[in-house]
Design a protein around this ligand. Structure first.
Ligand SMILES: O=P(O)(O)O[C@H]1O[C@H](CO)[C@@H](O)[C@H]1O
Ligand SMILES: O=c1cc[nH]c(=O)[nH]1
Length: 255
């Protein structure tokens, strides 16, 4: 007898991923095209679903079954994808994104491994009080750092500023001057808070593509915001391997 056809409720509503059967580890990225590029590194990759900005693949990286999925731009939309993947059984997440550098010495194409994130994400404040921290799983920080070192990728570690507004507005951006923040992006704190609330594992590695607000960083290190440069593409190519390899290391550690 053949298997019954999937019913209307066997797929989650926004990502359209199946409720069961996905691997328990995932690389999540903003851009659906980056999801396809990372999936191209896998053995036996298949596209699982593609709805709105959420494009999901599964495949195998060095013997480890993984999901690769895109979450689009911004914390609220990304949170939907993170929650649906968690509902579908994903237990370990690595976000592989792009970011603007904020700390002198961090240059275009470098990787930044997030240790924690400032929660200006526009979504977690509606889920849990503001004092609740957004932290990476320590083992994910170490796995990403080791994977970056082994890949020969220039890399740094630090706290990132997850900020819902991409464009600067009237409110000055200097509120964290002197706080040593490493980079700015838009989704990491949403991932870290979701994972902590559900008892899951999460980490993040970001490729520097400049900086989107002129007064955030000195321009000796970066060339201004432009994600369409060769130096960024080279960083993205290294970062994809680092993210997948970190999942393999975490699998060895049974995380
Ligand atoms: O490259 P991704 O993963 O999308 O990450 C960064 O790029 C987007 C902004 O251009 C935001 O999503 C930001 O977090
Ligand atoms: O949010 C982002 C993402 C990439 N680069 C930036 O400067 N900001």
């Amino acid at each position: 007898m053949s298997a019954p056809a999937p019913g209307p409720h066997s797929l989650l509503p926004l990502s359209r991923v199946p409720r069961t059967g996905l691997p328990p580890r995932a690389v999540v990225v903003g851009d659906p095209e980056r999801a396809a590029a990372v999936a191209a590194l896998l053995d036996d990759a298949v596209e699982v679903s593609y709805n709105r900005e959420y494009r999901t693949f599964s495949g195998t990286w060095r013997g480890v079954p993984v999901v690769v999925a895109s979450h689009g731009i911004g914390g609220p939309g990304a949170m939907l994808l993170f929650q649906e993947l968690a509902d579908a059984g994903v237990r370990t997440f690595v976000r592989f994104g792009t970011a603007g550098a904020m700390r002198p010495g961090i240059g275009d194409g470098d990787l930044v491994v997030a240790e924690a994130a400032v929660r200006d994400d526009g979504v977690t404040g509606q889920l849990v009080p503001a004092e609740y921290p957004a932290v990476s799983t320590p083992e994910a920080v170490l796995a990403l750092t080791r994977a970056a070192r082994e890949a020969g990728a220039p890399h740094h570690r630090g706290i990132v500023w997850t900020r819902a507004a991409f464009q600067p507005g009237l409110i000055p951006l200097n509120q964290y001057d002197g706080a040593g923040l490493a980079a700015i992006e838009m989704e990491v704190s949403a991932l870290f808070v979701m994972a902590s609330l559900r008892g899951l594992v999460a980490g993040a590695v970001l490729v520097v593509d400049g900086v989107n607000a002129d007064d955030l960083v000195d321009h000796e290190s970066t060339g201004g915001y432009d994600p369409h440069r060769e130096v960024v593409a080279e960083g993205v190519a290294r970062g994809g391997v680092v993210a997948l390899e970190a999942l393999r290391i975490l699998t060895e550690e049974q995380l």
